[in-house]
Design a protein around this ligand. Structure first.
Ligand code: NI
Length: 255
């Protein structure tokens, strides 16, 4: 059995096809899926979706672009929602230092608030990080006391060094479709250097479909393609990838 640890099943690109997609996942042996929110609305929808389907779990949180929505009221609502057993993580939360994003200090402040919330709720975090790996690892190191329930770097795109430092903090690295791209040689080298004990699988669907489906709509039934590629990178069997990544996902998210 495979686990897709990060999907956006409530995306409008799946609308009306949810049942078919989950059926496809069953056929592909992808039997647990964590669907993620990026703001208040999508977090609510993620939890609703998870309540409707046994194999689906929810991650709730405020993504860097949407942090102005995050206030005490939302924090309380998230805390309430997290009382539901189907909520298995806080995320995606993080830092993104690209154009037209909120100021860096504000991003850090809201990330930290959500990290604290996750700690209080005894939940792992799912980190979204773009062009901000240095600051992210510094923030995590300075707040080690809040990392007891660990977390993962979703769609990891940082260096080998930062990946190693993340593992020292007890974090996981999520391997997705980008790892199958022909031009992803740095990422492939990084993944080769990491122990299987810290790797989990994800699609981030509907985005980032693996090769040879790059550019098309992604869905969790493509996890075995990512797993097969990972098996080649790590020079082990796909069965071993299946077993280890599923064990890791279960441990991290308490599935
Ligand atoms: Ni995502």
């Amino acid at each position: 059995m495979f686990v897709d640890t990060h999907a956006h099943l409530t995306d409008e690109r799946f609308k009306g096809e949810e049942k078919e997609i989950l059926e496809k996942c069953r056929t592909a042996n992808v039997l647990k899926i964590i669907t993620s929110g990026v703001d208040y609305d999508s977090s609510q929808k993620a939890l609703e979706f998870a309540q409707n389907y046994d194999e689906v779990y929810a991650s709730i949180g405020m993504y860097p672009e949407n942090i102005y929505e995050f206030d005490k009221q939302i924090e309380n609502i998230f805390a309430q929602m997290a009382q539901n057993k189907k909520v298995v993580a806080i995320g995606e939360i993080g830092l993104q230092y690209t154009d037209n994003m909120p100021p860096r200090e504000k991003q850090k402040e809201i990330f930290l608030k959500q990290l604290e919330l996750a700690y209080e709720l005894k939940l792992p975090i799912v980190i979204h990080c773009r062009d901000a790996y240095g600051d992210m690892i510094d923030l995590l190191k300075r707040n080690k006391n809040l990392l007891k329930y660990s977390g993962t770097f979703h769609c990891y795109g940082g260096s080998k060094e930062i990946a190693k430092e993340s593992l020292k903090l007890g974090f996981y690295i999520s391997v997705g479709g980008v790892s199958t791209f022909k031009n992803a040689s740095n990422l492939k080298e990084t993944i080769k250097s990491l122990p299987l004990e810290n790797l989990i699988l994800e699609t981030d669907c509907p985005y980032l479909a693996p090769d040879p489906f790059r550019g098309r709509r992604n869905d969790p039934s493509l996890i075995p393609i990512i797993a097969k590629n990972l098996a080649q990178l790590k020079d082990v069997s796909i069965e071993e990838i299946e077993e280890k990544t599923t064990q890791n996902a279960r441990r991290l998210f308490n599935l």
